[in-house]
Design a protein around this ligand. Structure first.
Ligand code: PMP
Length: 408
């Protein structure tokens, strides 16, 4: 077999579909967020404004966080020294887990090396802990939740996105005495729509089901202390397992779950993705701890973030650009085909100093390809005016129908 040719055929197919991914080579600079230096293919450099960072609040540049990371390296060194079980539990893990449990009003928390791992590792082990568990999963759940549920290998049902009537029909059809779990997200990252967390939890309870909520795109940003949408809506205690990341609004890296002590203990003892891997190093856990604590006390950052997102949405709307409606901080503009999405993104970067990555299938369904903007409290009015002006020009240039999405 010509293995080399087989690999390049696979890539050629992706390229033919307009889905070939090119990563922008960026250098971030301390104090310059959200500006960065982009290294072009020819080796030259340009200044750009980053419009698609998931460092939603700029915490990755907060001196409080950076100082904590420097100090941890100076005091404790680089790596953690092992898996959590074998010499890799450092005091910062213990402190950070207590802090995260407190953030979500839960008895316990468990850290993982990423949000992806926390979802995959936890969801894949629940059916071992609870034999016969039936999982009900929202159709738009993240790839890491889908991977965990699939790897668990037990029975599962997919309910239509945020469709509680469909969820209820599926719950009602399942055996009344079977253990059940409803797995969903609060803020869905690509459309930016927000689930009715309280109503979903109440429905789950009615049918005796546990709830698993991914708050990856909400922690740090919603709720009086940054506890997420469940905190904002006053329903944290209605959710059994809340999962989050330290890599987005908290600006560092890592993932976690929180829940009852028994739940955390069972996952700790049984989840391969927790047990068999080197734990997070001191710099990351110390940085995350500083970030979580700081954001708990700074609700004004959350207000500024929401204000910036609302302002950008209004500016796009006023310019007649098809911004997708939602109640979150995510600002998706629909293009509707992969070729134009990539073209507009390339031209924004090359000619306008705007970096926004095109979002194509399979991240979003075909025909809904888009540009996904994530303004932070550090994006100024001037940056927004320049962005919207550039988008208007390129929209006209590419002849993309306004408010309709698809290219004419
Ligand atoms: N859940 C959702 C909804 C996500 O969007 C992501 C990452 N984009 C993850 C989990 C994984 O989180 P992490 O980046 O920390 O691995």
């Amino acid at each position: 077999m010509d293995y080399k040719a087989a690999f390049s055929d696979a890539v050629a197919q992706i390229r033919n579909e307009g889905r070939y991914r090119v990563f922008a080579d960026l250098k971030r600079h301390r104090g310059a967020f959200p500006r960065a230096t982009w290294t072009r293919a020819d080796g030259g450099e340009s200044e750009v404004v980053v419009w698609c960072s998931n460092d939603y609040l700029g915490q990755g540049q907060n001196p409080i966080v950076l100082d904590a990371m420097h100090q941890a390296i100076d005091e404790h060194g680089s790596g953690s020294g092992g898996t959590r079980n074998i010499s890799g539990t450092n005091h910062h893990h213990v402190e950070l887990e207590a802090e995260l449990a407190d953030l979500h009003g839960k008895e316990g928390a468990l850290l993982f090396t990423s949000g992806y791992v926390s979802n995959e590792a936890t969801l894949s082990v629940l059916q071992k802990i609870l034999p016969g568990l039936i999982i009900f999963s929202d159709a738009q759940n993240h790839a890491s939740m889908i991977a965990g549920i699939r790897n668990g290998g037990g029975p599962r049902h997919i309910f239509r996105h945020n469709d509680l009537a469909h969820l209820e029909a599926l719950l009602a059809a399942a055996p009344a005495d079977a253990p059940k779990l409803v797995a969903f997200e609060s803020v869905y990252s690509m459309d930016g729509d927000i689930a009715d967390v309280g109503a979903t939890a109440a429905l789950a309870k009615k049918y005796g089901a546990m709830t698993y909520l991914d708050e990856v795109h909400a922690v740090g940003m919603y709720g009086p202390r940054g506890g997420g949408v469940a905190e904002r809506d006053g329903v944290m205690d209605q959710i059994d397992i809340i999962e989050g990341t330290l890599g987005k609004a908290f600006g560092v890296m890592g993932g976690y779950i929180t829940g009852d002590a028994e739940v955390i203990d069972a996952v700790r003892l049984m989840a391969s993705g927790f047990i068999f891997t080197t734990s997070l190093p001191p710099a990351l856990t110390a940085g995350a701890l500083a970030s979580v604590k700081w954001l708990k006390q700074h609700p004004e950052v959350r207000d500024a973030h929401q204000e910036r997102a609302a302002t950008l949405k209004k500016m796009f709307q006023d310019a007649g650009l098809p911004v997708m409606e939602n109640d979150s901080h995510i600002v998706p503009v629909l293009v509707g085909d992969p070729v134009h999405t990539k073209l507009i993104s390339d031209m924004l970067l090359a000619d306008h100093g705007v970096y926004v990555q095109p979002i194509n299938y399979p991240t979003v369904p075909r025909g809904t390809e888009r540009l996904r903007f994530t303004p932070t409290p550090f994006h100024t009015d001037d940056m927004m005016r320049k962005l919207v002006g550039a988008m208007e020009k390129l929209w006209a240039h590419c002849n993309v129908a306004r408010m309709g999405g698809h290219a004419a």
